[in-house]
Design a protein around this ligand. Structure first.
Ligand code: FEO
Length: 135
């Protein structure tokens, strides 16, 4: 069973952002599948974590750049959520680099965070961005 199936409810209707969210959800699924293996592969795990950290930062930059350019009033609060998540992902990667196993605990924050962030926090900016011509 897919850990976190992509669903229409995630779609904001802003193409570039939806594409990135889909990538992030798929990355969470890949991480889950790797953790579930009896013998997780270190190289694959590193690739997933580095990709997740890198892509997440770039995704947040895209959103925050739009907020700054368009004057989104909730930008500050939204950015705090981004910063907290980035902090966790980077720590996960650093712990892995130190030789600590990546366990299901990692997924305990990843899935609910992504669900809440996309479905509630990101959805909250959608009307504002669309009103300002973002497609
Ligand atoms: Fe799509 Fe605010 O992250």
């Amino acid at each position: 069973m897919t850990f976190m199936p992509w669903s229409e409810q995630f779609v904001l209707g802003i193409e570039s952002i939806d594409r990135q969210h889909q990538w992030l959800v798929e990355a969470a699924n890949t991480l889950h599948d790797q953790i579930e293996l009896e013998q997780p592969d270190d190289a694959a795990m590193r690739e997933i974590l580095e990709g997740l950290a890198d892509y997440t930062v770039n995704h947040f930059i895209l959103e925050e750049d739009l907020f700054n350019r368009l004057g989104y009033p909730e930008a500050e609060e939204h950015k705090k959520e981004h910063d907290a998540f980035t902090h966790k992902i980077i720590h996960l990667l650093l712990d892995f680099e130190k030789g600590e196993a990546v366990t299901k605990d990692a997924l305990e924050f990843l899935k609910p965070w992504l669900l809440h962030h996309i479905l509630v926090v990101d959805k909250a900016y959608t009307p504002f961005l669309k009103e300002h011509g973002v497609k």
